[in-house]
Ligand binder design. Structure first.
Ligand code: DUC
Ligand code: ZN
Ligand code: ZN
Length: 489
């Protein structure tokens, strides 16, 4: 009888902290030993041949089997979405359980479990999307759900069907602060976008390229500043998702320099696409429409600088998969204006290879930073570390063996999502995860999937350190105690 279920030998093991060489032994889905020349045998042994073995990616921003604010269902369900993730080296996803107005949050969570349980092939947690912060949601549902392991919420400052007011943001932040959840915010100024979009379409400028004009940079910059101000008022940490533009990034950097607990995320589309990609004949540019939109090469440089200097903690896919013809991209055929196009691009499979190729291979970030940005920091921020996000004794055996020299020309036909196109068609990528292990199971090998539908497990998230306040609300609120009064919230 073998000593271990699996041994990966001759590995160059990279975590966010260090690089070592050795063998990794796995039993019952966990790493149980890491050592050079490990003694004993494995029921299965893989020779990594000196290749990099990295923690499986954690994708903390992806939309799977979710209805958008416009009522469009994602093209990927929990099977295709998680299979595609696994082929790209990701072993944990944190998609959203999305409340739409009038729905009970508990009911929403139950429905997402029903969807994911029979289909997911890798492990998953859920963020909540909160669009309807009723007294019942704030007073009972959110506190109970946080206790049950849903310790992060996304809120929107734009979209008619999703947006919450500044007043409601303060309500949500206060509950999150008190009960230990992290709030993620989509920061764009709704009225600026609405006003620009209205005038553009009225004047006949409905083509996809005008999406990037309607979603002007200042809309992101203003909302970023406002979201941070709201968080400061009540001393609540905050994470700004899918950041794309220079001024907003600088605002984030300055907030961090002041010692505020404000985190930032960016995504592949902001390093690999620009607004020019939407400038295609007819409605074809819809395939590149996402919000915020990709900007220009100067913004890409700012994104790289923030990845490099630690202003951004996470690089997520924001996989928002919509088919072009059958799905939500062009519901009115060639008469569709950018206002009706589902917002979002796919990227769950390409996320790690894209950052590896453009970042590590081109010397913009180190391998350690790569692991932090794609795996470790996600697990830390959302209460899954060290179970996920590292390769260490006691952690889940989630890792990927990378062929750093593998040249890949991206084509949708070779990807595993259900979208029908990739915005990165024809891109050259150097480096790809060739063997992927999830809780000790070799789920991807030699280009083949070896995982049962429903074999992924739900991960309740702990209340993360990232959600703890810094102890410094607005001075006026601190003054309450001078008057001998108890805190307001
Ligand atoms: N926000 C997202 O997080 N994803 C897709 C579109 C959007 O607005
Ligand atoms: Zn968003
Ligand atoms: Zn998203």
């Amino acid at each position: 009888m073998a000593d271990y279920d699996l041994i990966v030998r001759n590995a160059r093991i990279v975590t966010a902290e260090r690089q070592t060489e050795g063998d990794i032994a796995v039993r019952d889905g966990h790493v149980v030993e890491i050592a050079p020349d490990l003694k004993g045998s494995g029921a299965r042994e893989i020779d990594a041949g000196g290749k990099f073995v990295l923690p499986g990616g954690v994708d903390s921003h992806c939309h799977i089997e979710q209805k958008s604010g416009m009522g469009v269902m994602c093209a990927d369900d929990f099977y295709t979405g998680t299979v595609s993730a696994a082929f790209g080296g990701t072993t944990t996803v944190i998609p959203f359980a999305a409340q739409h107005r009038g729905m009970s949050l508990r009911q929403v969570v139950n429905e997402y479990h029903e969807a994911a349980t029979p289909k997911a092939v890798i492990d998953y947690a859920f963020h909540l999307i909160v669009t309807d912060p009723t007294p019942q949601a704030l007073g009972q549902e959110l506190p109970a759900l946080i206790k049950d392991g849903y310790t992060s919420f996304k809120i929107y400052m734009t979209y008619d069907a999703m947006k919450v007011s500044d007043y409601q943001i303060l309500d949500i932040l206060s509950v999150a602060r008190r009960d230990g959840a992290l709030v993620m915010v989509h920061a764009e100024n709704h009225d600026m976008i609405q006003w620009l979009a209205h005038h553009l379409v009225e004047q006949g400028h409905g083509a996809p390229k005008f999406h990037a004009i309607a979603h002007a940079r200042i809309a992101e910059a203003e909302a970023t500043n406002r979201a941070i101000s709201l968080a400061r008022l009540v001393d609540a940490p905050l994470l700004l998702v899918h950041m794309s533009e220079i001024e907003a990034i600088e605002t984030l950097r300055q907030a961090q320099k002041k010692g505020l607990k404000i985190f930032g995320e960016t995504c592949p589309q902001y390093i690999a696409l620009t607004a020019d990609d939407m400038d295609k004949p007819g409605v074809e540019g819809a395939m590149w429409c996402c919000s915020p939109p990709p900007r220009d090469s100067a913004a890409q440089e700012a994104v790289w600088a923030a990845l490099k200097d630690g202003t951004f903690q996470t690089f997520s896919s924001d996989h928002a998969p919509y088919q072009f013809n059958a799905g939500g991209k062009i519901p009115k055929g060639d008469k569709t204006t950018f206002k009706e196009m589902a917002n979002g691009v796919p990227g769950i499979e390409i996320r790690l290879p894209m950052l590896f190729s453009e970042g590590v291979q081109k010397g913009r970030i180190t391998l350690q930073q790569f692991v932090a940005l794609t795996s470790a920091n996600h697990a830390k921020l959302y209460g899954l570390y060290p179970r996920k996000g590292t390769i260490a004794v006691g952690s889940d055996a989630d890792f990927a063996i990378w062929d750093a020299d593998k040249d890949v020309t991206v084509t949708w036909k070779d990807l595993h999502d259900n979208v029908g196109y990739t915005p990165y068609e024809g891109r050259q990528i150097k480096g790809w995860p060739i063997t992927v292990v999830s809780r000790g199971r070799v789920v991807v090998e030699n280009g083949k999937l070896n995982a049962e539908r429903g074999s992924g497990q739900f991960l309740p998230c702990a209340s993360p350190d990232s959600s703890k306040p810094i102890g410094q609300s607005a001075p006026e609120l601190q003054a309450m105690s001078r008057f001998g009064l108890k805190p307001l919230f």
